[in-house]
Design a protein around this ligand. Structure first.
Ligand SMILES: [Fe+2]
Length: 412
């Protein structure tokens, strides 16, 4: 299998190099663009000016074109006060009880080591809980406010083209994901800079090759990271914890207050940064079977050896309060700080935006079976902690919206 993929990498690189007149000059052109972006970020950083687009939930509407433009350049946004602090503080406590009452830690010790997804990244595994169906998660993931936010985000994309409609931005499906709870003082649970949604596939998969066509063919200026065409058609290599859905944005909701140095999220806020990663791997100093450290079935790696220019743009997100949310495009490079130097738990519930399309519906139908049984969703290690957990959300507890988002009720 691996040998077969090595050949495929070699072949893909050969094909991709030929797409532009000169792959070295093509890289240089992209590098120049990225250098300008990085200098701009550094300038703002030195002036302590805000970098990541930041808006309050109550200001989210379709008239604000300035913020839209900014999200499309930066590839990320913070949307604040989606939920009231009081509600989230209580949901955070509820999650704590869910974990303790059901003796999650005892279970985890028994089942540890199943998730190898991040094992090749330099930092060790973060403190992420394999829980999906707690009341806390369901209330956040399936809230009307959350659906409104996701609809707004989905509508930033070109979801329709001359051939087909990629997704319906106004209908929503849900992707059950885990919880992060980071203890103060922890210094072992960071994540190195990476992207999800495929690593090697970004070069070898034919749909990805079409998505990145303008990048490889020397027409970088025409590349639009928000064109959804073919994003629903990529085929990921089978591996635990690799998402088999198309997310317009990955994201999380803060359960606790957390800021820089509290073990929080870091982003390289450049929507087109992937162009640099893709074309860098085609240069002649990279062995023919390699892609600058990216490996099959692992997260796409962004590292000091090959991507030091990009890493200059890595910034920690500003202080988040309970109920604030952060969102980033699937091509946006992100990391989790190595050290939590703060005083309080830094907790988040992961909720991404998975609009209604065939790919997401297929997954959601599989996921709904797991929900009904209280098992881990198909994309994650089958740890199945919650089958007999007290307080797990059942079908009868779900709202109509939640049922639609879980494909347990028809959208119409
Ligand atoms: Fe990630």
């Amino acid at each position: 299998m691996r040998d077969h993929f090595n050949d495929q990498i070699k072949l893909s690189k050969k094909i991709l190099r030929k797409k532009s007149h000169n792959y070295i000059n093509n890289f240089k052109k992209i590098e120049k663009f990225i250098k300008n972006e990085i200098q701009e970020l550094e300038k703002l950083k030195n002036l302590s000016k805000p970098i990541i687009p930041d808006i309050n939930f109550s200001d989210l509407n379709n008239k604000n074109n300035k913020i839209k433009e900014s999200v499309m350049n930066r590839g990320c946004i913070i949307i604040r006060d989606v939920f009231e602090d009081k509600k989230i503080i209580s949901l955070n406590k509820e999650l704590e009880s869910y974990i303790e009452d059901n003796k999650y830690y005892d279970d985890q010790k028994k089942k540890a080591g199943l998730d190898k997804y991040f094992s090749d990244l330099k930092s060790s595994k973060p403190q992420i809980y394999g829980l999906y169906w707690s009341k806390t998660q369901i209330e956040i993931r399936h809230a009307e406010e959350m659906a409104y936010v996701k609809k707004w985000l989905n509508n930033l994309w070109n979801f329709k083209n001359s051939e087909y409609e990629v997704f319906d931005p106004n209908k929503d499906l849900s992707y059950a994901d885990r919880v992060r709870r980071r203890e103060p003082g922890d210094n072992t649970l960071g994540l190195s800079p990476h992207c999800d949604a495929g690593s090697v596939e970004r070069w070898t998969d034919t749909s990805y090759q079409k998505i990145y066509k303008d990048i490889f063919s020397g027409n970088f200026e025409n590349y639009n990271p928000f064109d959804a065409k073919y994003r629903d058609k990529t085929i990921e290599f089978e591996s635990p914890a690799v998402a088999h859905v198309f997310r317009t944005f990955q994201g999380w909701t803060a359960l606790t207050e957390q800021g820089p140095n509290d073990g929080t999220l870091q982003l390289i806020p450049i929507a087109k940064a992937m162009a640099y990663v893709l074309t860098r791997a085609l240069l002649d100093d990279i062995p023919e079977y390699e892609l600058c450290g990216s490996k099959l079935g692992r997260a796409l790696s962004v590292n000091k050896e090959y991507h030091s220019l990009l890493l200059r743009g890595l910034i920690s997100i500003p202080k988040m309060k309970p109920g604030d949310t952060v969102w980033w495009h699937p091509d946006v490079i992100h990391a989790v700080e190595d050290k939590h130097s703060g005083k309080n738990y830094s907790n988040v519930v992961y909720v991404g935006a998975t609009p209604y399309c065939k790919k997401n519906l297929d997954y959601t139908i599989k996921q709904s079976k797991k929900f009904l049984e209280g098992k881990s969703p198909p994309d994650f290690s089958a740890e199945d902690y919650e089958i007999n957990y007290k307080g797990r959300v059942r079908l009868e507890d779900l709202s109509l919206l939640a049922k639609k988002q879980l494909a347990l009720e028809e959208w119409n």
